[in-house]
Write a protein that binds this ligand. Structure first.
Ligand SMILES: *[C@@H]1O[C@H](CO)[C@@H](O)[C@H](O)[C@H]1NC(C)=O
Ligand SMILES: *[C@@H]1O[C@H](CO)[C@@H](O)[C@H](O)[C@H]1NC(C)=O
Ligand SMILES: *[C@@H]1O[C@H](CO)[C@@H](O)[C@H](O)[C@H]1NC(C)=O
Ligand SMILES: *[C@@H]1O[C@H](CO)[C@@H](O)[C@H](O)[C@H]1NC(C)=O
Length: 405
C-alpha cells in the first residue's frame, strides 16, 4: 500500500527534467492566461476556439493542475459556462440533466452506465490490458484472523483451499511481511490492524458490496485442524443440502460446548440435534437447530449481506451472534447446518485472548472473557429492544419466543 502511495502525480515530477518542464509550463501558462484574459472580450466567447498560434504546445493537464495555471483555468471555465448556459441553464427541468433515483444513494446524478456499486479482491497488474488482467476470477473467499505464531496451522489450512478461493488474512499482531515465506502469501490480501477481533475486521473490510463476487465466504479462526477437510468438497455439500450458513463438524475429542456442532460419523450433513434437557424451548431453535458457532462459519453471499448488517461495531467478540444467525435465513432450521463429512478439529489455542491487558492483578485473558460475556448480554438486549420497537411501531403484539437466548 505504501509503495503505491509514492506513485502519485507529484511522484512523476521528481526528475530534474520534469521539474524544468513544469517551470516552463507554468511560465507559459501564466502568460497565456493573461493573453486570453485581455485579448478576448469574454462576452463574445460563445464558441470556444483557441487560435492555435497563441498556445503552440501546452500540455493542458499541467495547466489545469498547477496553481499558477488557475487563472487560465478560471477563464476557460467561464467560457465553457457561457457556452453551456444557452443550452442548459435555461431549462432547469430539462431532461438533459441527469438524475437517476435508482442509482445508489448519493450517485443519482451519474449516468448509470458508469456507476460501479460493487467491488472485489481480485489482484490486477499495473500494465497491459485491464481486460486481460485476471486469469481466474475466484468465486469463494476465505478469511483467517491470524498471528504469526500460528503460521504452520494457517499454511496447512490455506492449502486446503483451491485456486478458486481468494485468501485474506487479518493480522492482529502487526506481522505481515514474514508471511511471504509462503508462496501463497503473495496472492493473498493482507490487512494488518493491531489487536482486533475477527468481527471487527469483518465489519470493516468485508462489506457485502466489496465482496460481492464471492458465492461463499469462509470466516475462520486460526486454530483449526484441517486434516480431514477439503474446501471444494465442502462447497459441493453445502450446495447440495441448501445450507446458507454452515460450519464443518467438530471432532468430538475436545471439550465441546454444543451438541449441534459435533461431527457425526454417519451422515454428510445434519441440521438439528438433541441437547441437554431444558436447553431447547423449541426443537427448531438454537441450540438444537438453526445454529452453528462463530469459529469456522461459512456464509452464502445472501446470508452474509444480512449478517453483516447485524454485526455491531462495538461488540467485537461476536458473542451471541451465533444464536442470532437464524434471523438472516428462512426457514433457518433448514438452511443452517453442520457438514459432517468434511470436518475439522478445534485446537483451542487462546491466541487473541492473550492479547488483552491485565487489570487489577488479573490475567489478560480474564478481562477478555469478562468482556465476551458482557457483549453477549448487550447484544441480546439490543436485539430484544430492536425487535420490540419494530412490533410496537407496526402495532403488533410481539410474539413470545423470538428473543430467547
Ligand atoms: C446564463 O443565462 C442567464 C439567463 O439568460 C443569465 O442571467 C446568466 O447570467 C447567464 N450565466 C452566465 C454565466 O453567463
Ligand atoms: C418544466 O416542467 C414543467 C412541468 O413538466 C413545464 O410546465 C415547464 O414548461 C418546464 N420548463 C422548462 C423551462 O422546460
Ligand atoms: C475451480 O472451479 C472450477 C469451475 O467451477 C472447477 O472446474 C475446478 O475444478 C475448480 N478447481 C478445483 C481445484 O476444484
Ligand atoms: C407466551 O408466553 C406466555 C407465558 O410464558 C404463555 O402463557 C403464552 O401462551 C405464550 N403465547 C404464545 C403465543 O406462545
Amino acid at each position: 500500500m505504501t509503495k503505491m502511495g509514492s506513485l502519485t502525480r507529484s511522484g512523476f515530477l521528481r526528475t530534474p527534467n520534469e521539474t524544468m518542464r513544469l517551470v516552463m509550463t507554468t511560465v507559459v501558462g501564466v502568460v497565456v492566461g493573461f493573453l486570453i484574459g485581455t485579448s478576448f472580450p469574454t462576452a463574445s466567447l460563445t464558441k470556444f476556439n483557441f487560435p492555435t498560434s497563441i498556445i503552440p504546445s501546452i500540455d493542458f493537464a499541467y495547466i489545469d493542475d498547477r496553481r499558477s495555471g488557475l487563472r487560465t483555468h478560471k477563464i476557460l471555465k467561464q467560457a465553457f459556462d457561457k457556452q453551456s448556459n444557452a443550452t442548459e441553464v435555461h431549462n432547469l427541468n430539462d431532461t438533459s440533466k441527469i438524475y437517476v433515483p435508482t442509482n445508489p444513494r448519493g450517485a443519482e446524478i451519474l449516468p448509470p452506465g458508469i456507476v460501479v456499486p460493487e467491488s472485489d479482491f481480485y489482484l490486477r497488474r499495473l500494465w497491459g490490458k485491464p481486460s486481460e488482467d485476471l486469469t481466474i476470477q475466484q468465486k469463494y473467499l476465505v478469511t483467517f484472523t491470524v498471528g504469526y505464531d500460528q503460521k504452520k496451522n494457517i499454511d496447512a489450512a490455506v492449502k486446503k483451499f483451491s485456486e478458486n478461493f481468494t485468501v485474506m488474512l487479518f493480522h492482529y499482531d502487526g506481522r505481515t511481511s514474514e508471511w511471504d515465506e509462503f508462496e501463497w502469501s503473495k496472492r493473498a490480501i493482507h490487512v494488518s490492524v493491531s489487536k482486533q477481533t475477527k468481527w471487527w475486521y469483518a465489519k470493516r473490510f468485508l462489506h457485502p458490496d466489496i465482496i460481492a463476487p464471492y458465492e461463499y465466504i469462509f470466516m475462520w479462526d486460526e486454530d483449526l485442524g484441517v486434516e480431514h477437510f477439503n474446501a471444494e468438497e465442502y462447497i459441493k455439500l453445502v450446495k447440495k443440502h441448501g445450507l446458507e450458513i454452515s460450519q464443518p463438524g467438530l471432532e468430538p475429542n475436545k471439550g465441546l460446548t454444543w451438541q449441534m456442532t459435533k461431527r457425526r460419523g454417519d451422515c454428510e450433513v445434519h441440521k438439528s440435534t438433541e441437547e441437554k434437557p431444558g436447553w431447547c424451548s423449541d426443537p427448531n431453535l438454537p441450540p438444537c437447530a438453526a445454529f452453528v458457532e462463530i469459529m469456522a462459519t461459512v456464509f452464502s453471499r445472501d446470508a452474509w449481506r444480512c449478517v453483516w448488517h447485524m454485526i455491531q461495531n462495538d461488540l467485537v467478540h461476536g458473542w451471541g451472534l451465533d444464536f442470532a444467525l437464524r434471523r438472516c435465513v428462512e426457514p433457518a432450521h433448514e438452511k443452517i447446518g453442520v457438514v459432517d463429512s468434511q470436518w475439522i478439529v478445534h485446537q483451542g489455542v487462546p491466541s487473541l485472548g492473550n492479547q488483552g491487558q491485565s487489570q487489577g492483578g488479573r490475567a489478560p485473558w480474564e478481562g477478555v472473557r469478562d468482556r465476551c460475556h458482557k457483549e453477549w448480554k448487550l447484544f441480546q438486549d439490543r436485539m430484544a429492544k430492536a425487535e420490540k420497537a419494530y412490533y410496537i411501531e407496526m402495532g403488533i403484539t410481539p410474539p413470545n419466543s423470538t428473543t430467547r437466548w
